[in-house]
Design a binder for this molecule. Structure first.
Ligand code: FE2
Length: 446
């Protein structure tokens, strides 16, 4: 008789105990727990012929979007492929998704994980892998709609219901439906205080609405739930630092960088991204961040030639540009050009967004502000093609605004400032930019 997991999905493996242990690892994955991999490894150690466990491990590692984890991901993928002939349809889709993603076709990978989610709507991990894929591909609306496809099949009695609502909340936020996003996010977090992704959705709403004080208060009030054991807490602390920064509290932002954002030692690209993205914002505003770039520069340097996921490369460039590391800048630009000429999803991302972005940030670092604008302005409209969230891609608007002011270009400065004020009129950072723009001489917009 076919074995089922705790949500009723068919599993080809014979041991119910192994299936239950993998269910638990899946819940840990959904809660972004730091030792999820350890939990999957424990299942595999006892059950080395469990195809789904290998496929889940491959998917979890693949969606870390860091070449440093590629060898391990490929090892799991290979083990899953060997066991594939015995796997059922659902597991075959996991394996095919991992094969496509790790082969460089991220779009196909998401499609296959998403197909598993549609055919087995109570498969939490398939949905999560596809959701993560949508995030890394910048598929803002699919972050919402892929979850909407399966939501009717869930209810409070199905374990993990809160996680699905948390994902839906983030998708609503990235689609601009802030009121519904906050409602679903708060509901999901209310169901499961460990659900950092749900809290994250609420934080994003507050970020997009310029509700700095609300954001600080919300994250402080909820951290006892989402922080313990989390492998994602650094990112929620990064959001809190963003709120402080937007309220001009640089000291609080730096304190969070020192105590929380850097706490994991920048061991993975996703942490490095947050480190760079915080320090770059401070750098652009002219704040001295001391030696905080040093660790990031060293770790990004070891990844320069990867050509793996250009979102990482752009954040690496921030570290190289801010520290005037011309050698690393040149090497990185050459690597992104090579990636742009290769095959696969990252090549498209590198061509469309990555290359102008790294060249724009390098120009800003050299003080060539007009040139920075020439590179960065055209990608504002299509930056979603290289993945991430609206809050992360705000980096382009942030840098363009400062560049226009430093270039003394009154018309462009007024326009970029007006754009920022349109969605965050109370932001002290935006108001400071407005005041500086207003003092510029030169041609105003007609
Ligand atoms: Fe975020």
């Amino acid at each position: 008789m076919t074995k089922l997991d705790k949500r009723g999905n068919p599993v080809s493996y014979h041991s119910q105990a192994a299936i239950e242990a993998l269910d638990h690892a899946g819940d840990m994955l959904a809660a972004y727990q730091a030792d999820t991999l350890g939990a999957i490894d424990a299942v595999i150690a006892e059950h080395p012929d469990f195809a789904l466990a290998h496929a889940m491990r491959a998917g979890a590692l693949a969606t870390a979007t860091d070449k440093a984890f590629e060898d391990e991901a490929l090892k799991s993928q290979k083990a899953a492929e060997t066991l594939a002939p015995k796997a059922n349809e659902r597991e075959q889709l996991y394996i095919a998704g991992g094969r496509a993603w790790l082969g460089g076709d991220l779009e196909r990978g998401v499609e296959l994980w998403g197909r598993a989610s549609m055919l087995y709507p109570r498969d939490l991990t398939a949905l999560q892998l596809a959701h993560a894929g949508d995030f890394f591909l910048g598929y803002s609306h699919m972050l919402r709609d892929r979850v909407a496809r399966v939501l009717p099949k869930w209810n409070r009695n199905v374990p993990g219901y809160g996680f699905v609502h948390g994902m839906y909340a983030f998708g609503l936020e990235e689609s601009g439906d802030y009121a519904a996003a906050e409602m679903h996010g708060r509901e999901a977090f209310g169901l499961n205080k460990q659900d950092g992704w749900a809290a994250h959705a609420v934080a994003h709403v507050m970020e997009m609405q310029g509700r700095g004080k609300d954001g600080v208060d919300f994250l402080e009030a909820t951290s006892a739930g989402w922080e313990p054991g989390s492998g994602f807490a650094y990112h929620l602390w990064w959001h809190k630092a963003l709120f402080h920064l937007d309220m001009n509290d640089v000291k609080a932002a730096l304190k969070l960088f020192d105590e929380k954002i850097s706490a994991g030692g920048f061991g993975q690209a996703l942490e490095l991204i947050d480190g760079s993205a915080m320090l770059w914002r401070l750098h652009v505003l002219g704040h001295d961040v001391g030696k905080r770039w040093d660790d990031l520069v060293e770790k990004w340097e070891s990844r320069i030639d990867h050509g793996y996921y250009v979102f990482n490369d752009v954040n690496a460039m921030m570290a190289f540009a801010a520290t005037g590391n011309v050698t690393a800048q040149d090497r990185l630009i050459a690597a992104v050009k090579r990636a742009a000429g290769a095959q696969g999803t990252n090549a498209m991302m590198s061509r469309e967004v990555g290359l102008p972005a790294v060249e724009g940030f390098a120009a800003f670092g050299r003080g060539e502000y007009a040139k920075a604008i020439e590179h960065l302005s055209p990608i504002r409209a299509k930056a979603n093609r290289y993945g991430g969230s609206h809050a992360q891609r705000d980096m382009f608007s942030w840098t363009l605004t400062e560049a226009a002011i430093r270039a003394g270009d009154r018309a462009l400065a007024d326009a970029f400032v007006a754009e920022r004020l349109s969605w965050k009129p109370e932001s002290p950072v935006n108001r400071a930019w407005a005041a500086r723009a207003a003092k510029l001489n030169g041609k105003q917009a007609a």
